[in-house]
Design a binder for this molecule. Structure first.
Ligand code: ADP
Length: 194
């Protein structure tokens, strides 16, 4: 199995690159942000709870997020692998993910971290906010808070994978195809696809 954690700040391009990676490597894409947004649309209890955090650019509490992710993963019996997009966002989530994979006799293959500077992130998110309908992308103070939350709470989660020798940083600036090729190059040279 090829289980990838696609990592990076808001606006780094995780969603865009996930779409392509899913197609090429036949993986299941699990985006916690997308699952929360689906729940908000369906007006579920989970959606109502998540919205109160997302509107401010804060993280949804760990246990809520971990339980939701566990339930999603359980829906798939024997996939080629998963792309986790937007998860884990804290060290506690990283530990929970390892446990979950272990319980399935599997493991995270690698973390691919897209590196993009703050100025470019804000530019991309404001642009996305114009037509995505995502309210967290229209307010610059919410965007800045999300980037601050990433730096203060999320970036440390990468140390978990660095310690296991599974961390790879990729330049997330440039042409979408070029960035995709950079990602594929790392995947193809560092994973054994069974
Ligand atoms: P982006 O990475 O562009 O900010 P996402 O769609 O990944 O967007 O996430 C949007 C929001 O959903 C986050 O700001 C956060 O409030 C919530 N969220 C998503 N994933 C997680 C997670 N793993 N833990 C806690 N909150 C999350």
């Amino acid at each position: 199995m090829l289980n990838i954690v696609l990592f990076g700040p808001p606006g780094a391009g995780k969603g865009t690159q996930s779409e392509r990676l899913v197609e090429k490597y036949k993986l299941i894409h699990l985006s916690t942000g997308d699952i929360f947004r689906f729940n908000i649309k369906q007006e579920t209890e989970l959606g109502k709870l998540a919205k109160s955090y997302m509107d401010k650019g804060e993280l949804v509490p760990d246990q809520v997020t971990i339980d939701m992710l566990n339930a999603e993963v359980k829906k798939y019996d024997n996939p080629n692998g998963f792309i986790f997009d937007g998860f884990p966002r804290t060290p506690a989530q990283a530990m929970a993910l390892d446990k979950l994979m272990q319980s399935r006799n599997s493991a995270i293959t690698m973390m691919l971290s897209l590196h993009v500077n703050e100025e470019e992130l804000i530019k991309r998110l404001l642009l996305r906010g114009k037509d995505s309908g995502r309210t967290d992308d229209t307010d610059e103070s919410v965007i800045r808070n999300r980037i601050r939350v990433y730096e203060e709470q999320t970036a440390v989660a990468s140390e978990f994978y660095q310690a296991q020798g599974k961390f790879y940083q990729i330049d997330g600036i440039g042409d979408i195809d070029d960035i995709f090729n950079r990602l594929c190059h790392v995947i193809d040279s560092h994973s054994m696809i069974m």
